[in-house]
Ligand binder design. Sequence first.
Ligand code: ZN
Length: 193
Amino acid sequence: MTTPSTHHSPTDTGWIEVICGCMFSGKTEELIRRVRRAHIAKQKVIVFKPQIDTRYRSDHIVSHSEQSHVSVSVKDAKDIMELVDEYQVIGIDEAQFFSSDIIEICNTLADRGKRVIVAGLDQDYRGVPFEPVPQLLAIAEYITKTLAICMVCGNPADRTQRITKSQERVLVGAKDHYEARCRKCFEPPVESH
Ligand code: ZN
């Protein structure tokens, strides 16, 4: 099962959905699709993103395909708890930029009956699992792995190739620094020790 939206949805309980994948795989687009559908059903929706992501407008999440949705930027995952009481559906984008506090927060929100939809990178530019997303996958009821298209060979791609030399784990900014690559074409960076 991928998402409850295409199947029988749980009643009288919250749950966690994780949308993960590499860059350019449409994670934010899929998050926006789900929260828009909830809006249409007149559910109360709020979307958060970490304040580190200042690529585009600070009050929206924006996909590479330029879909956008209003969002609230928070410095710390804990800030989310103070803002969600009246909402039924909680979207969280760029989960890999939050501290591990986000794991407990998602669990608590789901325990309180909320639908929590989290999108994030599941691997960093070295192909290493990018916490806290692996931990979120473990506690989620529903998981969607979105694939991109390898920019070298056209195969389905799930890795993010950094094409600049920086060794920062977090390098915000999109197209100029990264490509989607498949397993065959992905070249792990040479680490300097
Ligand atoms: Zn390839």
